[in-house]
Write a protein that binds this ligand. Structure first.
Ligand code: SF4
Length: 532
């Protein structure tokens, strides 16, 4: 937003509540909280200007030339003695029928706009439609003066390149719809006293993985069908991310609907390679994204230490947990390397140490398999990456593809560019940032999914095909891994830094926001998740 753009009155009201909230809104950070949905519902009838009557006009656009502000009054009532401005608000959570400071600011500015247009304003009211309560508000010259001061403050806040710091231990954060993206307590990298609240805790990732199926939109639901047979149907508003695996068709109307709702779609090949993604044109934090592209000096080495030392720490933990004590010297070696990595001075130095650790880790990785261990171990040539020639590498590749889709979604949701990385080179034409961020999650999410699926008997030798030295994971194996992966990312654990319970899916998103915080200057440092 530039200095010359008219300021929306709603943004000024946000400043009255919390300046950081106004900055986040101006940066395009939007959430679908229950209160916001309730507010939208409350406005459904009001917003239709056709419902206006001569005595009560609805959705009245107002502006003030000198203050350079614009807004919309929900209702303006006309009477002989003047106009009454009425704001519709969703019912307050604690059922206190008291207009907040932000509401008073909004009404005062709307009144000033009407006065600027030469009208006489004689009253102000807040109406709570869910409970049909009306509260008269006394707005005087003092309120108007304070509201005008807030116009100047808001302009300074929203044109600032960095966000104001979060409030500290402030009760306003409890009722703020933006708490899950603002992360006021987590920003200090200390234990968090209150449980985090995701904007949509029940949101699901939709995996479309039946070859030849088609997903389309019908009356607000996603309908998946194949050869005329309905395979699945679920409400589109339950979905927060979509992964399309292999040969599945997505209708144009459904793709457009996902983009309208800012739901990212990731396409993967049948082997789990991420082949592309679609993001909404409306993407938050454009300024931070341009900083990400510029890459401040020292940032790459800082992130390399954060991502890779957490990865090595987690590799050591996985071997310790699954190796039943047989790997103690290996675990100690990894811990030593992890400490060395934490003080690496450059990206090449960090990557070099991480490479040594990968050799150690994958050298004994198949030993943690209990079922069909001999089958997978005898074919294991060591970690080979894409183009796998053995079943275990091919399962790991598939799980890494699922993890990468999840990390891409997390980057997109906070406006980061998945292609501009700090450790992985952006020259390789890959989603480098997503590959960076997934490093710390590889052992504890993807590797542990593969080991768990094999040891539980969900992933079997018969789920792989071997043709001319090329190993492929077949559809039943892919389904088994997707379902094990979804269980894993939904698993709740105690966050090692914040000490609250959180799912792996949410933790990935929080880490993406921590990366954003370091880039936009509101976060002093990045700390990877290290499980114990
Ligand atoms: S969570 Fe707290 S600090 Fe963050 S925007 Fe909301 S009120 Fe402000």
């Amino acid at each position: 937003m530039s200095e010359l753009d008219p300021l929306p009155i709603s943004l000024i009201a946000h400043t009255a509540f919390c300046p950081r909230r106004a900055w986040l809104e101006a940066a395009g950070e939007q959430v679908d909280s229950f209160a916001i949905e309730e507010g939208k519902h409350a406005h459904r009838n009001i917003d239709a200007a056709k419902n206006s009557r001569p005595a009560a006009q609805r959705s009245v656009d107002v502006s003030h030339t000198k203050l350079n502000i614009v807004g919309r009054c929900d209702v303006v009532e006309h009477a002989d003695d003047g106009l009454t401005v009425v704001e519709y608000k969703s019912s307050p959570i604690r059922r206190k029928w008291q207009p907040t400071q932000a509401m008073r600011v909004q009404l005062a500015l709307q009144g000033l706009c009407l006065k600027d247009a030469g009208r006489h304003v004689c009253g102000y009211r807040v109406f709570f439609p869910n409970s049909a309560r009306s509260v008269n508000v006394d707005i005087g010259a003092k309120d108007e003066r304070e509201a005008i001061e807030l116009v100047t403050t808001t302009r300074e806040v929203v044109t600032s390149p960095t966000a104001p710091l979060p409030l500290v231990d402030d009760p306003r954060c409890n009722g703020c719809s933006h708490v899950a993206i603002c992360l006021p307590d987590e920003r200090n990298s200390k234990p968090v006293r209150k449980q985090i609240r995701a904007s949509d805790p029940s949101g699901e990732t939709l995996h479309l993985n039946t070859p030849g199926a088609r997903a389309s939109l019908r009356r607000g639901r996603v309908l998946v069908s194949k050869a005329g047979e309905e395979l699945a149907s679920l409400p589109v508003n339950r979905i927060q991310g979509v992964v399309v695996h292999g040969n599945v068709d997505l209708s144009g109307a459904l793709t457009r609907e996902f983009l309208w709702r800012s739901i990212p779609v990731v396409w993967c090949s049948g082997r789990g390679r991420v082949v592309g993604f679609a993001r909404s044109a409306s993407s938050p934090n454009g300024l931070a994204r341009s900083r990400q592209c510029r890459g401040e000096p020292g940032l790459s080495a800082h992130f390399a230490r954060g991502f890779l030392s957490a990865k090595v720490a987690n590799q050591a933990t996985i071997l310790r947990r699954l190796g039943q004590g047989g790997n103690s010297s290996l675990v100690s070696s990894l811990r030593l390397e992890q400490n060395r990595l934490s003080s690496a001075l450059s990206v090449p130095e960090a990557v070099g140490i991480e490479g040594v650790c990968a050799k150690l880790y994958f050298g004994s990785f198949p030993m943690v398999l209990k079922r069909h261990g001999g089958y997978f171990q005898s074919r294991w040539p060591g970690r080979t990456g894409r183009g796998a020639r053995d079943p275990l590498n091919s399962a790991l590749n598939y799980a890494y593809g699922l993890l990468l889709s999840e990390v891409v979604r997390a980057c997109l949701s906070c406006g980061l560019d998945p292609h501009i990385g700090f450790v992985h080179s952006s020259n390789r034409n890959k989603p480098a940032l997503a590959l960076d961020l997934m490093e710390e999650f590889r052992p504890v999410v993807a590797d542990s999914v593969v080991v768990g699926a094999i040891n539980n008997g969900e992933l079997l030798p018969s789920h792989f095909s071997q043709t001319f030295g090329d190993s492929r994971i077949l559809l039943p194996g892919r389904k088994a891994l997707i379902s094990a992966f979804e269980r894993r990312v939904a698993t709740v654990f105690t966050h090692p830094v914040y000490r609250y319970k959180v799912s792996w899916r949410r933790a990935i998103e929080v880490q993406a926001r921590m990366v954003l915080g370091v880039i936009d200057g509101t976060q002093p440092s990045y700390e990877g998740i290290r499980v114990r």
